[in-house]
Write a protein that binds this ligand. Sequence first.
Ligand SMILES: Cc1cc2nc3c(=O)[nH]c(=O)nc-3n(C[C@H](O)[C@H](O)[C@H](O)COP(=O)(O)OP(=O)(O)OC[C@H]3O[C@@H](n4cnc5c(N)ncnc54)[C@H](O)[C@@H]3O)c2cc1C
Length: 165
Amino acid sequence: MKRKDEPGHSSVTVYGAPWCSDCKRAKKFLGEQRIHYHWVDVETDAKGLALVERVNDGKRTIPTVVFEDDSILVEPSNAELATKLGLEAHAKLSYYGLSPNTEWLPKTVERDCSGFIKTSPTLQTSVPGVFAAGDARLGSTKQAASAAGEGATAALMVREYLKSV
Ligand SMILES: Cc1cc2nc3c(=O)[nH]c(=O)nc-3n(C[C@H](O)[C@H](O)[C@H](O)COP(=O)(O)OP(=O)(O)OC[C@H]3O[C@@H](n4cnc5c(N)ncnc54)[C@H](O)[C@@H]3O)c2cc1C
């Protein structure tokens, strides 16, 4: 989730109590989003409690969150907080795919239609002496351990290749 404005710009006051799980959740969310907020414990702050009762028709409904424009959200969900604070709560794309950065390679290094590099069982590409390893390689498992292993294998294959030329 990304903020539209600068970190620490907002002034938010959260009225709640230490035992209130929704208060903890709201505070955690604000903290994660780097939103500066003031915490008022209504169990120890009489003025805070009075405000909560005033805006909730006499009820002690918490968390009650007051924003710098004096607007108020009572028991807001994280999504409601995000909307109020101008946070982007939704992904820009419905799907994020893996796309290898292989356009810079010469055309002679064969790739599939998605750009993944084709290799032989010894990790050699279509160009003799050029090897590929890791996520950019067609058929790789897209795991860190395999990428490292393929790198080591490719290095050994390079050595074998150099012996042969
Ligand atoms: C969110 C996420 C979570 C993952 N979690 C796990 C996990 O829990 N366990 C696991 O095993 N794997 C996990 N993976 C997969 C793992 O990160 C990859 O399999 C691994 O990093 C692949 O290593 P690589 O060296 O092939 O590629 P990369 O790690 O992508 O390294 C490629 C490097 O090349 C650089 N580069 C790109 N183009 C150029 C260029 N033109 N010139 C110079 N440099 C360039 C890039 O900046 C990058 O540093 C995760 C991946 C993601 C995205």
